[in-house]
Design a binder for this molecule. Structure first.
Ligand code: OOG
Ligand code: MG
Length: 262
């Protein structure tokens, strides 16, 4: 760790205040160039602690930057992990208030819900599939707190990987009922197709993103608990949205899920 506890708490407060007030900021590594990975995850953990203290509930985890399309779009080269609390969850077909966000974008994701805990190191896609209760479509709304979405990996980890809102829905199926690699992904905005892909765009197999998350937590002596919802990462580039937009994600064999921006 390069930063002291007071600095970490201060940066967490700063980033969370930006989130809650829909204000942007410059990436925090500009002022803290020596910040390391442990600092970045410690700032994220402090943001979670602040939310839990205010009554939020931890309901899931997310992997981000797990597809080449996303890594290229953001100019970075490795996945990152974040948390999901109940405040982020939008009901199927529900509304997202753009006034509460800075510059929202949507991404098509394959969501997993576990029936058993997963613990790394050594977690692989077989272990993930065996521990998965069902998979279903999910749209993540990301909203980096950094000006113009300009960040480096440590800054985005501290900012809880741009997590803001998400919706899950459609048809939930056990993983053996679908082929997660060849699964077609179609996202529409206002009836127009805005992104197309297949599950394999996520690290060759979306379950690999969940295995990476388990291995990442395993290095910290943590596990993914049974019942956890996991967003495995945007299959394609994220698409900017504004008030009035209607977004639908169709995953082959898993139906569709949508949300509206007001
Ligand atoms: C970081 C979050 C990326 C994903 O699915 O790749 C993410 C960002 O692009 O702002 O959630
Ligand atoms: Mg995402």
């Amino acid at each position: 760790m390069a930063l002291d506890a007071k600095t970490i708490a201060g940066l967490a407060e700063h980033l969370e205040t930006c989130e809650l007030q829909a204000r942007d900021t410059l990436k925090i590594t500009d002022d803290h160039p020596t910040m390391d990975w442990d600092d970045a995850y410690a700032i994220q953990a402090e943001i979670l602690r602040r939310k839990l203290a205010r009554g939020s509930r931890l309901i899931g985890l997310k992997a981000g930057l797990t597809s080449h399309a996303k890594m290229k779009q953001m100019g970075v080269d490795s996945p990152v992990f974040g948390f999901l609390v109940d405040d982020f969850c939008v009901p199927e077909g529900g509304e997202v208030k753009t006034a509460e966000l800075i510059h929202p974008k949507v991404e098509p994701e394959i969501a997993f819900v576990l029936k058993r805990a997963l613990k790394g190191p050594g977690c692989h896609i077989g272990a993930v599939l065996a521990a998965t209760d069902f998979v279903l479509p999910g749209i993540e709304v990301i909203d980096s707190r950094y000006r113009e979405f300009k960040f480096d990996l440590k800054s985005v980890v501290a900012d809880n990987t741009s997590a803001a809102r998400f919706v899950i829905g459609g048809q939930a199926l056990p993983p053996e009922r679908v082929d997660l690699r060849t699964m077609g992904v179609v996202m529409e905005k206002n009836g127009q197709v805005v992104s197309l892909g297949a599950g394999a765009a996520v690290l060759g197999h979306p379950a690999a993103a969940v295995a990476m998350l388990a291995n990442h937590l395993g290095r910290r002596g943590e596990e993914i608990p049974a019942g956890t919802l996991i967003l495995s990462g945007g299959v394609t580039e994220a698409v900017a949205v504004a008030a009035g937009d209607n977004v639908t994600l169709r995953l082959q064999g898993l139906g569709s899920v949508s949300l509206r921006f007001v």
